[in-house]
Ligand binder design. Structure first.
Ligand code: FAD
Ligand code: NAD
Length: 538
């Protein structure tokens, strides 16, 4: 009871007064507006209780994209129906009484609790939508780092349209190149310039991927399969196959830097076997119409290199969209942030009415600082000595307010401390606070946050229960396809580096993650089609 008392005091510090104002007499359904139809928005929509809330989802995109399968769309391994779901069909199928509006939010006026939206058909048409609660899940965009030429010449890969554009451009380059070679062969005048044309053909068919994170690696792997399996075996392209090359450029030392070193090495070796040129420790510093420029990230004195390309795909990480940047500027507590900060309950920091939440790639979690609550923590330990072991013993209870104190986030065994004075405890807690890392921007985390938040809405906010547990992600592992039916996986207690069954494992995982049987059927059908007939050339 004593501990609970302390927690109530601390939670009342962090929890909202808004909760107490909920009107339970007439049980009016409060209006929840969700922004975005991606991993966060859709999973929140599928789990919120419509009998308790009046829910509207707003997104300029009327479908959900299963992003992990986008690289397969680039190469044609899968079709669009395997990796997308129409929002309205999802609503109908799940008998959800929520509304969907095809609009783009352009401004959040949090003081008056409304958002401004733009109609995609008539962009002059500005619409005001009021909310009681706002859930922001608008994702992020690809970071160009303001590098010259990126926006103009590079292809991003964030959505279905992007993947299809890359595919069309690659096939169009193949066709153009073939046409030119044929013209050469029939036109003796050009034929004398064959060497130059060889170079041109090589340049035109040089596919470059910038960024050796999981997006870049998977796109490179899929395109390599397309080249090595389908283009190679197609009679039509026999003459030009020899000109095709794929390169991946990574500024750091490793491909897949967030996986283990063994997996990074395995990926590099697999790519070499697939004839993918791997440039690690090189940054792309500029792109022009026909060339890109790289510079060594280790040897500062090394001259930059100019390399010609035919297609350049940019997968160098994330940046925030203008809506979020503008919103941050309006909140005094956040003006200096680069990304929207939410607390451990996913509530946007600095919003006095406590009714705006953010999930997914558009936010980072910045929990309440434990070192600012030393006395409460000492009270929670009771009469016991203040040691790291004691903190570990109480970590489950403490982490219900300070997620950074969870033994999943802090290794108490590695950071042992015998009896501490309150001052020493404060220093120890500063270390723990600094060590906290917001969950990385993945589909896995966006989905977990959506489930967590919908549960909070259904069971805590609605019941006026203001002792809310914080969000702590559960890392379930990461998977990446590295080409030629090889998959790498960094799992909590195990790692997979290719092997006979790795691709089957990958397929099973994604099959069960897909949202509908329509997608599962298309997933299986597309893989069978690819196996029997190869990838399509349209
Ligand atoms: P998104 O899923 O990007 O959704 C954002 C939504 O907001 C979209 O519907 C968009 O239309 C909408 N929106 C944008 N602006 C507005 C606006 N102004 N108003 C209203 N709506 C708006 N993660 C993994 O865990 N595993 C993987 O294998 C994996 N593979 C990936 C492969 C690729 C190619 C990419 C690009 C990403 C991959 N990710 C993966 C990362 C994952 O896709 C993201 O972390 C995830 O999509 C984030 O979910 P979100 O809801 O925040 O944003
Ligand atoms: P990322 O941030 O993980 O990787 C981007 C890479 O690009 C970095 O390694 C960076 O060093 C490199 N880079 C940046 N600028 C560069 C430049 N100018 N020249 C050369 N290299 C440069 O980005 P991502 O791969 O797009 O992934 C984004 C998020 O989505 C991550 O959280 C990732 O885990 C998640 N994701 C996961 C999977 C999966 O699990 N299979 C697949 C795709 C994406």
């Amino acid at each position: 009871p004593k501990i609970k008392g302390v927690f109530r005091v601390v939670s009342s510090l962090c929890n909202s007064n808004k909760l107490k104002n909920v009107n339970y007499i007439n049980k009016k359904r409060e209006k929840v507006v969700i922004l975005g139809s991606g991993w966060g928005g859709i999973h929140f929509l599928l789990n919120i209780d419509f009998q308790k809330y009046d829910v509207t989802l707003i997104s300029p995109r009327n479908y959900f994209t299963f992003t992990p399968l986008l690289p397969c769309l680039c190469s044609g391994t899968l079709n669009v129906d395997a990796c997308s779901e129409n929002v309205e069909t999802l609503l109908k199928k799940n008998k959800i009484s929520g509304k969907y509006l095809k609009l783009e939010c352009i401004d959040i006026v949090y003081k008056d609790k409304y958002i401004k939206c733009k109609d995609s058909i008539n962009s002059n048409n500005e619409i005001k939508i009021y909310y009681d609660y706002l859930v922001i899940s608008v994702g992020a965009k690809t970071n160009s780092f303001n590098i010259k030429g990126v926006d103009k010449y590079a292809f991003y890969i964030k959505d279905i349209i992007d993947a299809l554009k890359i595919r069309r451009k690659f096939i169009s380059n193949l066709e153009t190149c073939l046409k030119r070679i044929k013209t050469n062969n029939t036109n003796s005048e050009h034929y004398t310039n064959n060497n130059i044309n060889d170079d041109l053909a090589k340049n035109m068919l040089h596919v470059v991927i910038v960024g050796g994170g999981p997006t870049g690696v998977e796109v490179a792997a899929e395109l390599a399969d397309f080249v090595n399996k389908d283009i190679k075996n197609k009679n039509k392209y026999k003459e030009i196959y020899k000109y095709i090359s794929i390169s991946i450029i990574e500024g750091g030392n490793n491909l897949l830097p967030t996986f283990t070193q063994n997996i990074s090495n395995f990926t590099k070796d697999t790519f070499k076997k697939l004839n993918i040129n791997v440039y690690t420790n090189y940054y792309v510093i500029e792109i022009d119409e026909n060339n890109f420029y790289i510079k060594s990230s280790i040897n500062k004195n090394e001259e930059y290199q100019k390399i010609p390309y035919g297609i350049i795909i940019w997968a160098s990480g994330l940046a925030q969209i203008p809506l979020i940047n503008n919103f941050i500027k309006k909140i005094p507590e956040q003006v200096n942030n680069r990304i929207l900060n939410v607390n451990q309950y996913l509530r946007v920091i600095g919003i006095q009415s406590n009714n705006i939440y953010a999930i997914g790639d558009c936010k980072q979690i910045n929990p309440i600082k434990s070192h600012e609550h030393v006395n409460e923590i000492i009270n929670c330990l009771g009469n016991s000595k203040i040691t790291s072991d004691m903190l570990k013993q109480k970590s489950e209870e403490l982490s219900s307010i300070f997620p950074q104190l969870s033994d999943k986030k802090w290794d108490y065994n590695k950071n042992k401390k015998s009896e501490m004075t309150p001052k020493e405890l404060e220093k120890y807690l500063i270390m723990i606070d600094k060590n906290y890392k917001s969950p990385p921007p993945t589909a896995q985390n966006a989905k977990q946050e959506a489930f967590y938040l919908s549960n909070i809405f259904n069971n805590y906010l609605y019941n006026n229960n203001n002792i809310i547990p914080p969000f702590i992600e559960k890392w379930k592992g990461s998977l990446a396809y590295v080409g030629n039916h090889q998959v790498v996986a960094h799992l909590p207690f195990y790692e997979i580096k290719g092997g006979l069954f790795s691709f089957t494992f990958w397929k099973i995982i994604y099959m069960q993650m897909l949202l509908t049987w329509k997608s599962r059927f298309n997933f299986i059908f597309s893989f069978l089609r690819t196996k029997i007939y190869g990838r399509p050339f349209y």
